[in-house]
Design a protein around this ligand. Structure first.
Ligand SMILES: C[S@@+](CC[C@H](N)C(=O)[O-])C[C@H]1O[C@@H](n2cnc3c(N)ncnc32)[C@H](O)[C@@H]1O
Length: 252
C-alpha cells in the first residue's frame, strides 16, 4: 500500500514502504519517516461546523466525554477547544472539558503538556499563522500568545486556561479504547489508522462499536478516509455517516 503523507510530505516526499509482516504495528515503519506532523485547524475537518454540530447533537447532555487519540503535540485538541469556545461560547462549551488526549509518543505528550507549539518551517508555518488568525476571526490572542522559538522560528504558547481544558497522557489507542466510557462520547482518531495493522484496525472499529453507546460520535481524518478502510469498518460496526464529513454516529 502506498500512502503519501501530505502536507507533511515536505519532510519526506517518498511514499511509505510496504508494511513488513514482522511488525506488530506500522508505527515503527512510519515513525522513521517523521510522521508526527499536524497543524492547527487541519483542513480535513470543517472545525466550525463540527463545533456547531457537537453543541446541537449533545444539547441535552450535562457532560460530554471527548477522547482525542493520537493527539500528537497537542495541536489537535487545542484546535477543538478554540473552535468550541469561538462557535458556542464558554458557557455552552464547559461540558466538553477537560478533553482526554493521548498519544503513543512520550516525547510528543511531554511537549503537548507545555502548551508550546512551534510552527512548521516555511510556507506551512505561514499557513498555520494565518489559519489561527482567520479561523478565530482575529480572536487568536484570547487563546494563545506568539513566541519566538530557541531555533529562531515562530511558535505559540497556549494560555493557561486553555491548557487546563485538556489532559495529556501517553497511551495506545488499541488498549485505551477497551476502557472508554461509552455514553455521550466523542472519539477523535484522526490520521492514525495507517499506523495500525489491518488486524488492529478491525479490532479498533469493533471495540468502538461495542463500547460506545447510541448517539456517540467517532471522527476520522482525511488519510484514514482515503488510505484505509476506517470508514467501511465503522459502518460495519454500527456507525452511520452524519452531515459533517468524516464524523460517524453510533446508531444502536
Ligand atoms: C499524523 S499524526 C496525527 C495527529 C492528529 N491526530 C492529526 O490528525 O493531525 C499521527 C499520530 O498518531 C500517533 N499514533 C500512532 N499510532 C498510535 C497508537 N497506536 N496509539 C496512539 N497514538 C498513535 C503518532 O504518535 C502520531 O503522533
Amino acid at each position: 500500500m502506498n500512502i503519501t503523507l501530505n502536507p507533511q510530505s515536505f519532510y519526506h516526499k517518498q511514499n511509505l514502504p510496504a508494511q513488513k509482516p514482522s511488525f506488530t504495528s506500522n508505527y515503527q515503519t512510519i515513525g522513521k519517516l517523521r510522521p508526527h506532523c499536524t497543524y492547527f485547524f487541519r483542513d480535513d475537518l470543517e472545525w466550525g461546523c463540527f463545533a456547531r454540530y457537537l453543541n446541537l447533537h449533545f444539547k441535552d447532555a450535562d457532560r460530554v466525554n471527548i477522547y482525542n487519540a493520537a493527539c500528537s503535540d497537542g495541536t489537535e485538541p487545542f484546535t477543538l477547544i478554540m473552535s468550541l469556545l469561538k462557535v458556542n461560547g464558554k458557557e455552552k462549551s464547559e461540558k466538553f472539558f477537560p478533553i482526554e488526549a493521548f498519544d503513543l509518543n512520550t516525547r510528543l505528550v511531554k511537549k503537548a503538556k507545555t502548551g508550546e507549539i512551534h510552527f512548521l518551517p516555511g510556507l506551512y508555518g505561514v499557513i498555520d499563522f494565518l489559519n489561527l488568525k482567520f479561523r478565530t476571526l482575529f480572536g487568536d490572542t484570547r487563546f494563545l500568545s506568539y513566541k519566538k522559538q530557541k531555533h529562531g522560528g515562530l511558535g505559540v504558547k497556549m494560555n493557561d486556561d486553555v491548557r487546563r481544558m485538556v489532559n495529556f497522557r501517553v497511551g495506545n489507542v488499541i488498549s485505551k479504547v477497551r476502557n472508554i466510557e461509552g455514553e455521550n462520547t466523542v472519539f477523535l482518531c484522526r490520521n492514525m489508522w495507517m499506523y495500525l495493522t489491518e488486524a488492529e484496525r478491525i479490532k479498533l472499529a469493533q471495540n468502538l462499536g461495542q463500547n460506545l453507546k447510541k448517539g456517540s460520535l467517532v471522527v476520522i481524518g482525511g488519510y484514514d478516509y482515503r488510505c484505509t478502510k476506517a470508514r467501511q469498518l465503522l459502518l460495519k460496526n454500527g456507525f452511520e455517516e452524519t452531515y459533517v464529513d468524516k464524523v460517524y454516529e453510533k446508531m444502536v
